[in-house]
Write a protein that binds this ligand. Sequence first.
Ligand SMILES: [Zn+2]
Length: 60
Amino acid sequence: MPIYEYVCADCGEEFTKLQKMGGEAAVCPKCGSGNVARKISACAIGGASGGTGGSGRGGG
Ligand SMILES: [Zn+2]
């Protein structure tokens, strides 16, 4: 599941929260304020670079 970053507008605390289906409003875990804004974060899934199996030889 995707993780969204939030930043509190009151204390400036940054935290992450898992976005669930029909989730509840995010609140600051530090001060408990609901005045938080979601940050735009590019969450990349995976990262394994593709590689051809077998022995790789350079053309020559
Ligand atoms: Zn806060």
